[in-house]
Design a protein around this ligand. Sequence first.
Ligand code: FNR
Length: 188
Amino acid sequence: MITVIGISGSLRKGSYNSGLLRAAVETAPEDCTVDVVSIKGIPLYDGDVEETEGIPEVVEGIKGRIEKADALLLVTPEYNNSVPGLFKNAMDWLSRPPQDRARVFESKPVGLMGASIGPLGTVNAQTAWLPVFRVLNMRIWFGKQLYVGGALNLFDESGNLVDENTKKRVASYMSAFVEHVAAQKQNG
Ligand code: FNR
């Protein structure tokens, strides 16, 4: 069984990206479970807090879950052509302290997808993530790309993906991603 931790970068109740992640959960192949982890409650990064109080419990909890999983799936919104601050903030906390990075992120295949209202469907946000993945030595998977643009027409008011063609694209992404993760796992 392949286990994937899925994280949406939006806290909005009717979030398209959380809806896209739910679609990924639903369309994942049978030999895969995607556990959704929320970044709600992660405080703003503050070096003084880290020094005096250590890593927040909520962050340590997520780090532990990522470490145990076979792969990570990040579902990113796009804010001002880039990564949303709250999602970046979550990744910044998750990357602390530096000596934990290897066990949390290295050798972990990472999938990336996103939905936005604009026509480009988070192309810019996904590109903006790349330097972050590089410095964390994450194994981003480039086998398929999933940019979901024009989200207003594809999701309902609760943020559920209702467009059948997009669901097929999500299923196709998940199938190929999980195949890749399984191959990586087999190769150690
Ligand atoms: C946006 N949005 C947006 N959309 C886009 O396609 N390109 C962009 O650069 C931006 N920029 C942007 C900045 C800020 C500050 C906000 C709040 C929004 C719109 C965005 O796609 C929309 O709010 C989505 O609904 C965000 O994703 P969730 O919350 O639905 O998952």
